[in-house]
Design a protein around this ligand. Structure first.
Ligand code: FES
Length: 80
């Protein structure tokens, strides 16, 4: 699936970069050019990073086991 339309970067390419040692959002931007044009892909790029076990912030710290997928949690907003 294409994650970054502006730079034609797929989730597979992002996962490959992470497997090759890229461990921060800034580094992904530098290596693949994601989220440098319109920026609409940033949230999805960070989600792919989290699913790949890399911290989705720009701290560059791996918080999770790289061999386990991190489940995403969605919260439902309730009316007051
Ligand atoms: S979709 Fe990634 S910068 Fe536009």
């Amino acid at each position: 699936m294409i994650v970054c339309v502006c730079k034609s970067v797929s989730d597979r390419k992002i996962r490959t970069a992470i497997a090759d040692g890229v461990d921060s959002f800034d580094e992904l931007q530098f290596e693949l050019g994601v989220a440098l044009c319109c920026g609409k892909c940033e949230e999805t790029v960070r989600d792919v990073m989290a699913q790949s076990g890399v911290c989705a912030s720009s701290c560059g710290v791996a918080h999770h086991d790289h061999h386990q997928a991190v489940p995403l949690t969605f919260y439902e907003r309730k009316a007051a």
